[in-house]
Structure formats: structure tokens, C-alpha cells
Ligand binder design. Structure first.
Ligand SMILES: [Zn+2]
Length: 354
């Protein structure tokens, strides 16, 4: 979470993960887009699995540097404009050279009544890096096209909860890494390709490219599930933070993408049965308005059996997203147990489940 990785600029995150996995018996490679693919060989007779999470995060790109040194931004990903003013940000100029700034908020003393409840569109916002001129900004290494993210932060709240930048989807990445570590210790397992994917917040298609080359039988995506346990979200469903991992039974996004994921029936069956046998609480989610790159992965080659498996998350796409560490532990346990059950007799024949 402390390592910036705007969509299309995930390389620092990828290198960090690759370094962390270096001691495991994995075959690592990076494709042209920047997807990190780590393969753990297993029973060749069992369906192969791609387990993936995205390394990228949403943010901004420098659009214009004003003569007075204030900076205009373009959006990258699902930016919540309501939650931007007065946020600290980081211009990713280069490791060790990054520059901090603040998204300006009009002085409260100068805000008339009619502006008090108005949201400022991102195109009207500007960022202050403490520079006095465009020349000053250039000297800091900032130019049109420089990636900008929320100032990376992680804050522990109470015993089990964490808030910070890009919980979406670094929490997913952390779980994929831990699942790799546990499956690598031995025991029954199919061949698993752990993929740390790019571009999810931009176009949802980075993981699709990885899947095209891996050609897995099954793909499991780890990403957030919208919480429904705060007053503003209660109508959305039943997912509670701290209530355990979740499986998504339906997602759809109609605005432009016309895509979503309805899981292959073998997979909700697998995860429900595993959770029951292992005594892991399992939540369910179904909603429109969002989707993940599993929607595109499912369409690769002759079709891939896909499912979204999730950790509950609050305050999504803000600078301080929240998750519960117990949910991540439950998710890890669920995945390790479920993947171990994918053996040569595990069938993707839909007629067995419908
Ligand atoms: Zn995500």
C-alpha cells in the first residue's frame, strides 16, 4: 500500500512482489504489459488455475502546469470527486524523487452558501506542490503525463482493521502472495498461475492478456466486495466487514462496458462446500454497477470458468479504504483449501451442478 502503482505504471509494485516471492519454487515472468506471472507446478491431470489480483490503483495524470506553478490533472479510473479536495497526493517522478502535493480546497471563509454543498468537477481542481512557477514545477521532475496517486498511507484502527491507500487491490495481492507461500509448502495441488495483473482500474483487460497466454481452465479473481453494514450502504446487500470472505454470484456494469461475471456453477459449489467443511464463514454478494477483469478473462480462448472471490471493503476508491485483517486471513484459508480440492476428478461439466 505504501508503494505507488497508478494504472499503467505498476512496475514498482511488480518488482516488490517479485522480490518477495523470490524464495519460493515459482517460475516468474513478466509480460509486455507488466503482468507478473508466477507459476507453481502441480498435478498435471487436474484443471489448471489462474489466481489473480490487480497491482494497479486509480489516480490522476498531469494534464497542464499553470504559469503560477499550480497543476491541473486528468482522471484515471473511478475517481470519487466528492472525496478529492484537501487530499494529499504523490507525483510519481521516480523512486526516491517523488513529490508531494495537496489538492486545493477553496478557503472555507470564502465559500458562499450556494457552493457549500456543491461538488467540484476534477477538471476544475488544481494541485499545489509548493512551487511558484511552471519552471519550478519542471525542476521537480513533474511534466505532462506524470502519474499522481493519493499519498500512500496505512493506518491501523482498533485491533483488526486497516485504512489506507489502494486496499483495492493490494489486500488481494497480499492474499495471493500468502496463498502461493502456503501451496508451495507441499500437499495436493493443481498447477497454479499466480498473476499480479495491471490496468484493472483503467480498462479491466490486463489480466485478460495474461490469461490468453496461460490458457487456464479456471480463473479466480480476488478483489473487494462492497460492504453493506454502514447506514448509507444497507440496501446494497448483506456483506459485513469482519464477516469473512465473500463470493460474487453476479456482477454487471452497463455504462459502456456491457460486461460482468456470472460464475461457472462448479465454482460457487466448490467454495461453498469448502467453507462449510472448514468452518469458514462465507458471505455472498450480487450487484450491478461494478465489475472486475474476470469479466474479460472468462471470454478468453474457448472460455474460462471464472469466479470473483472477495474481501469486504468500505469507502472504496477514496484515499482511505478500509478492510478487516480477519477477512483476509479467512480468504487465504478458503483459497488454499479450495484450490487443494481441484484434483484430476474435479469436473467443469456444467450438468453436474445445474
Ligand atoms: Zn479492484
Amino acid at each position: 500500500m505504501l508503494t505507488p502503482g497508478l494504472s499503467g505504471h505498476e512496475d514498482r509494485v511488480r518488482r516488490l512482489i517479485a522480490r518477495d516471492l523470490a524464495d519460493l519454487p515459482l517460475k516468474l515472468r513478466t509480460d509486455t504489459l507488466g503482468n507478473l506471472i508466477a507459476t507453481l507446478e502441480g498435478d498435471a491431470g487436474a484443471p489448471s488455475v489462474m489466481l489473480f489480483a490487480h497491482t494497479d490503483q486509480l489516480g490522476f495524470i498531469v494534464r497542464k502546469v499553470e504559469a503560477n506553478g499550480l497543476i491541473r490533472i486528468e482522471r484515471l479510473g473511478g475517481i470519487p470527486e466528492k472525496a478529492l479536495p484537501a487530499q494529499a497526493v504523490l507525483f510519481c517522478v521516480g523512486e526516491g524523487k517523488d513529490v508531494r502535493g495537496v489538492i486545493a480546497n477553496k478557503s472555507h471563509h470564502a465559500t458562499p452558501a450556494e457552493e457549500k454543498y456543491k461538488v467540484t468537477p476534477y477538471a476544475e481542481l488544481f494541485i499545489d506542490v509548493g512551487a511558484e512557477s511552471a519552471e519550478d514545477v519542471r525542476r521537480l521532475g513533474i511534466a505532462i503525463g506524470t502519474p499522481v496517486v493519493y499519498d500512500p498511507r496505512i493506518i491501523h484502527l482498533n485491533e483488526n482493521r486497516v485504512i489506507g491507500t489502494s486496499v483495492d487491490d493490494r489486500a488481494g495481492c497480499a492474499v495471493v502472495m500468502e496463498v502461493a507461500r502456503q501451496l508451495a509448502q507441499g500437499g495436493p495441488r493443481p498447477t497454479v498461475h499466480f498473476v499480479f495483473a495491471v490496468l484493472e482500474e483503467f480498462n479491466l483487460r490486463g489480466a485478460m492478456v495474461a490469461a490468453q497466454s496461460i490458457n487456464p481452465d479456471i480463473a479466480i479473481q480476488l478483489d473487494l466486495a462492497l460492504n453493506a453494514d454502514t447506514p448509507d450502504m444497507a440496501h446494497r446487500g448483506e456483506v459485513a466487514l469482519g464477516g469473512g470472505p465473500a463470493i460474487s454470484l453476479y456482477s454487471f456494469h452497463g455504462r459502456g462496458t456491457l460486461n460482468g461475471t456470472i460464475p461457472h456453477p462448479a465454482l460457487p459449489h466448490l467454495f461453498s462446500q469448502t467453507a462449510k467443511d472448514e468452518g469458514i464463514p462465507l458471505q455472498r454478494t450480487a450487484h450491478t454497477g461494478a465489475l472486475t477483469d474476470s469479466s474479460y478473462v472468462q471470454l478468453v480462448n474457448e472460455g474460462v470458468a471464472c469466479i470473483d472471490v472477495c474481501f469486504p471493503c468500505r469507502y472504496t476508491h477514496t484515499a482511505l479504504e478500509m478492510c478487516d485483517l480477519r477477512d483476509l486471513e479467512g480468504l487465504t484459508k478458503l483459497l488454499v483449501s479450495a484450490i487443494r480440492r481441484i484434483n484430476p476428478s474435479f469436473s467443469l461439466d456444467r450438468d453436474l451442478y445445474t
